[in-house]
Write a protein that binds this ligand. Structure first.
Ligand code: KIV
Length: 271
């Protein structure tokens, strides 16, 4: 029997029950009202208001420039659209690292001003004080290990993480620590599938992968990548379900042609 079939609202408890029942969790990003409505109507379990909005919505090269105010704007648009999915919001770069009081203040702003349900943050032991403080305020936290794009200038590239034993070991330790602290779930990004399986088997909380193979408890993708709105980003882990860049371009060209030729609007399209 499916745990989430008749659920009116996905909560962290539902997600845990899904893992316990071996049901896979489907998660996607959303940054605006219209797209969030469609994804929620389709039955997505988790919507992540990701700081990838910095790339796909604002055109920045990295996730670093997006601000807390901008994340709150995106999150509140998503919240207005969604009836069922759990809404998780990324704490943006600079809003939680190195100071747990600032981390809590940032989180409280997100929760109060957007109405979202949980926050996500990148990192392991180095952000443990921030995680503890946020959890003690009653806000669910999702962790994020492996390729953590906010640290891109430390890594130097977006290649697969934790191939080396030492980094893999540290990742497993961090995952266990995040679970012990009380995180309700973890995202593992771009790591070897075998390592992701090891983490998923070792932890009782749901593990959501992106480029981490199939032996985890769920998957997340950036919606604009899955729909083919982005074009140049083509990592091996990405499955494109549509090619909207070309579809939208073709529709736009047709519109331009129809306007220029006087075909649009026709008699039925006017008052
Ligand atoms: O910001 C984001 O979209 C993310 C996902 C890639 C997990 O963190």
């Amino acid at each position: 029997m499916s745990v989430n079939k008749d659920v009116k609202r996905i909560t962290t408890h539902v997600l845990q029950a899904m893992k316990d029942n071996n049901e896979k969790i489907a998660m996607l990003t959303a940054y605006d009202y219209s797209m969030a409505r469609i994804l929620d109507a389709a039955g997505i379990d988790i919507l992540l208001v990701g700081d990838s909005a910095s790339n796909v919505m604002a055109g920045h090269e990295t996730t670093l420039p997006i601000t807390l105010d901008q994340m709150i704007y995106h999150a509140s648009s998503v919240v207005r659209a969604v009836k069922r999915a759990l809404i998780v919001v990324d704490l943006p770069f600079g809003s939680y690292q190195g100071n747990s009081r600032i981390a809590l203040e940032s989180t409280i702003r997100i929760m109060k001003e957007s109405g979202a349900h949980a926050v996500k943050m990148e990192g392991g032991a180095e952000v443990s004080e921030s995680i503890k403080r946020i959890l003690s305020a009653g806000v669910p936290v999702m962790g994020h290990l492996g390729l953590t794009p906010q640290s891109i200038y430390k890594f130097g590239t977006y290649t697969v993480r934790a191939r080396e034993e030492a980094e893999a070991q540290k990742l497993v330790e961090d995952a266990l620590l995040l679970q012990d602290l009380g995180c309700f779930s973890l995202v593992l990004e771009k790591i070897p599938a075998k390592l992701a399986k090891k983490v998923s088997d070792a932890l009782h909380i749901p593990i959501i992968g992106i480029g981490a193979g199939n032996d985890v408890d769920g998957q997340v993708l950036v919606t604009h990548d899955l729909l083919g709105i982005t074009k140049d980003f083509q990592p091996r882990f990405l499955r494109r379900y549509l090619n909207l860049f070309d579809d939208i371009k073709d529709a736009t060209k047709q519109y331009i042609t129809d306007v220029r030729s006087g075909d649009f609007p026709n008699e039925k399209e006017q008052y």
